[in-house]
Structures are given as C-alpha cells and as structure tokens.
Design a protein around this ligand. Structure first.
Ligand code: GAP
Length: 467
C-alpha cells in the first residue's frame, strides 16, 4: 500500500485492503501494549533505574497527555450536564471519615501465608486454595489461617508517630463528595436531584496487584455521586447506566467488548442496595471497568451519625425533609486508559510482491483521547522548509497538541504517528513554498489531501468533530 506524501489533491491509497489483527487476536496482547507503551513514551515502570517498584507506573511524555485527555473527556461528560458540579477534595481526610464509611472495620481482604515459600495470597479468589487448600506458588499445605488484611495505607500527620496521629491515604474519592454534600448544595443552590463529580488519586494496599495498569496500589478514580429523593433512586440508577454506556460508545469502545454485569445479593458491597459493573474484555478476560452503585442513604446517614451534623435536605416544594439516596458511578482513570489502548490497537498486515509481511501498527484512538492531534513533518531538513514548518507548528499548537518530527523517511514518520494514534499528519514540501498548502494524511484511511495552511486549524477541528 502506497503511503508517501502526494502534492496534488485528493489522492487515495492503492492496493488490496490489509488484513487486520485486533489486540484480542494476538496471543500476548497485554505484553504487546506494555512494550509499545515503553517504546513510545506512554507508560514506564516506576523507579525503573532502581529495578522498579511493584505495581507502580509512570505516565510518560505522550501518556501523561493522553491521561489528561481521558480525564477531560470524563469531566466534560459529567460537569456539562445540568445540575452537576465538580470538586477536588484532599487525599488526607479526618480519620473519623473512614470509621463512618466502614473502611476501618470492613475494607479488608482475607490473606493467607505459605509457611514454606513465604508467598502471601488472597484466599477468596485463589483457585488452588479454594479447591484444594494448597499454596498457589509451591503447592504446600503448610498454610496460615486466613486473616483480614486492611487495604488502607496508613501514615501519620505531624511529628509524632503515635496512634493519635494516624491518618489514611483515601481508598476512594467518594467520601470527599459525601462530606461536601451540603457545601456543594448550598454554594451551587442546586435542588435535588444533583450530582458531584471528582477526579483524584486513591490508594489501596492490594494483595495481588498486576496486569500492567489494571490493578495498582496508587491509581486515579473518576467518581460521581448523584443525590436523589428516596423512591426515585431506581429510575436514576437506570438513567446513569444508559448515560455511562453512551459515553463509552461516543469514545469508540466497541460494543462487543463491553457488557453490564449485575451484582447478585451476596456480592453487594455493605453500602449498596443495587450494583452493576461495566465490564470490558481486557486481554486477561472480562473484568470490571466501572462500578455503578445505588448506595441508598448509607453514607450520608453514617456521616450524620459520626459527625453529629444533620445531612438532611429540605424539599421546598413538598416541605419534606429527607436524607437523599445516592447513585454512584466510579471508574478508574488508569483502567479506562488501558481499555482505550486495548480497543484502539490494531495491526494492519499487507504483503509485498515476494509475499513478505508489512505490518502497520495503529492506535485508532478517538481524536479527543489521542495524545497528539496533528504532527508537522517537513519533507526535508532544509531551512526553506523548516522555517515554514516551524511556523505551522506554532499556528497549530494554539489549538491542538502538536508534534514536530523531521528525522527519518516520511514513511517511517507516518508509522511512528500511527503507533501513538495521531489522527492527522501535515507534510510540508517544496510545493508548499508556492501554494501555501500542505499534504494532510489521515491515520485510519491513509488518504491524503492538499489543505491550505490558512485553514488548517479549522480543517483539523472539523475532522475531530466529525470523527
Ligand atoms: N467508590 C466506589 C469504589 O471505589 P470500586 O469498585 O472499589 O468502587 C471503582 O472502584 C473503580 O476504581 C473500579 O471500577 C476500577 O476502575 C477502579 N479501581 C479500583 N481499584 C483499583 C486498583 N487497585 N487499581 C486501578 N483501578 C482501580
């Protein structure tokens, strides 16, 4: 397939269509993404030069931008709805918050120690233990009894490390919404139903983290609490299921890789009246991407009890006072980042005349999620071209994340952009000096068009909107 820039517009690509391999059709899908992420500056192992720190990851030059885009997409989808607001609560909260929420007493996993190989594992989801009471690592039967291990990270506030100074790194952002329920309601003057959205770091001392950024001990959550009148909670729960499904469709997650998985009565969290997981088909199988919960009035009632402050809402119309019910949507930003990578990854395989394989790796990310929107590629390093290309980069950078690349053949430069999902490349060539236009090449179709520099920003904006 021809993929060199043309100077006349428009020109289509030639040859037979490529064979497409999706990530799920590749045997080592997750390893492929880990390797791409490192090679292209999306995600690095944390503290790599010291041998790395288990389950901790750093987002690199392109990954940090993509993560910001994921958060911006979620934030926009939430806070631009009517009766919605945002907050940014502190990670450290009063320790009583976690007593009231049930985390101090109940946020734990059952842990078993193998006395022979010293492996520690969760007893509630480890097959060899559940079926045969054996260590999953060495098969030994010489095991401790399961004991509850609290997943919250503890630290100390102030200079004294005593019991009175213990504080926790929050294990979820949601409690920040509950303790600010009245502050938000009074300052926004919203009437119920209304919602509070927040994005922030959470910490859990997971016993079995893993699968790249799927389960880590430090992660970012995007959570929303919707406060409703009791009795309207079931309808609101259904509404949020639809809203969240549409969000995933809008950003291009394939329907066949997404499903709802309701919780049975024995699976419900202590605070939940009803719950459903939005599951995604990750390379390791169907797993939770987002949780949608009907939390009833559990949290506000608990905080009212523990703080001594009433958290009732007065409905002016009906003159009733009540503790609102809460519908929660909670998704991990890192997990969604991974789902976007999994869904977007494809290998397009074409064969040359001799039967050899040519593989084009493409991240077909939605342009809003892609870390770079347009790359500027001068055809040569000659100053006549680079001076125009640099000016063009500055023009585009006013509106978009833009990348400048002048090294290597143009074909290689296109491929580098395909691999990180850049939807457009603008090639500055010698004809540009005469016609003040550039060749724009599209990531997905590889089609090329000649576009005047003066209208290029508008062209990209339109292309992103119509994706
Ligand atoms: N406030 C409710 C709550 O936190 P959760 O199901 O425990 O519910 C919500 O967490 C979401 O946070 C999950 O669906 C997942 O996307 C993300 N998440 C939870 N634990 C995580 C971890 N250890 N690493 C990465 N993401 C995690």
């Amino acid at each position: 397939m021809s993929d060199t820039p043309v100077q006349a517009a428009p020109a289509a690509t030639q040859g037979s269509p490529p064979q497409v391999r999706k990530l799920h059709e590749i045997s080592n899908g997750l390893a492929t993404l880990v390797s791409l992420s490192k090679r292209r500056g999306l995600v690095f192992q944390s503290s790599e030069i010291y041998g790395g720190l288990g389950s901790c990851w750093d987002y690199g030059p392109l990954g940090s931008q993509m993560k910001l885009n994921v958060k911006a997409a979620w934030w926009k989808a939430m806070t631009r709805r009517p009766n919605m607001c945002g907050i940014d609560a502190a990670i450290l909260m009063h320790p009583m918050v976690w007593k009231a929420s049930g985390h101090v007493d109940g946020f734990s996993d059952p842990l078993v120690d193998c006395k022979d190989c010293k492996t520690r594992f969760r007893s509630d989801n480890t097959d060899s233990y559940l079926l045969h009471k054996k260590c999953p690592n060495c098969g030994s039967l010489n095991l401790s009894e399961p004991r509850n291990f609290n997943l919250m990270f503890k630290t100390h506030m102030g200079p004294l490390e005593d019991a009175g100074s213990t504080v926790y790194l929050r294990p979820e952002t949601a409690q920040g919404h509950f303790v600010n329920f009245q502050n938000c309601q009074v300052t926004t003057r919203y009437k119920i139903p209304f919602g509070i959205a927040a994005i922030g770091k959470s910490f859990r001392n997971e016993i079995t983290p893993g699968n790249f950024i799927f389960r880590t001990r430090e992660f970012e959550q995007m959570e929303m609490q919707y406060f409703v009148k009791p009795g309207t909670d079931e309808q609101a729960f259904g509404m949020w299921k639809e809203v969240r499904w549409e969000f995933y469709q809008k950003y291009g997650i394939r329907k066949e890789n997404l499903r709802f998985q309701p919780h049975g009565p024995t699976e419900l969290a202590h605070y939940a009246k009803a719950a459903v997981d939005v599951q995604y088909l990750f390379p390791m199988g169907w797993s939770e991407l987002e949780g949608i919960h009907n939390r009833s009035d559990f949290d506000l009632t608990q905080h009212s009890k523990f703080s001594g402050k009433t958290l009732e809402y007065f409905d002016e119309q009906s003159k009733e006072k009540f503790v609102p019910f809460v519908i929660e949507t909670a998704v991990g930003c890192d997990r969604l980042f991974l789902a976007f990578l999994c869904d977007a990854y494809r290998e397009e395989v074409t064969r040359d005349a001799a039967g050899g394989e040519d593989v084009r790796v493409v991240l077909g990310l939605h342009p809003e999620i892609a870390p770079v929107k347009i790359a500027v590629l001068p055809l040569s390093k000659k100053v006549e071209l680079s001076s125009v290309a640099e000016k063009l980069r500055d023009q585009l950078a006013q509106d978009f994340e833009t990348l400048y690349d002048e090294s290597g053949s143009i074909g290689k430069r296109y491929r580098r952009q395909d691999e990180v999902g850049t939807p457009f490349c603008a090639t500055v060539d010698f004809e540009t000096l005469n016609d003040q236009a550039v060749t724009v090449r599209h990531r997905d179709t590889m089609k090329q068009e000649r576009v005047p520099i003066a209208s290029l920003n508008e062209y990209v904006l339109k292309g992103m909107r119509n994706f």
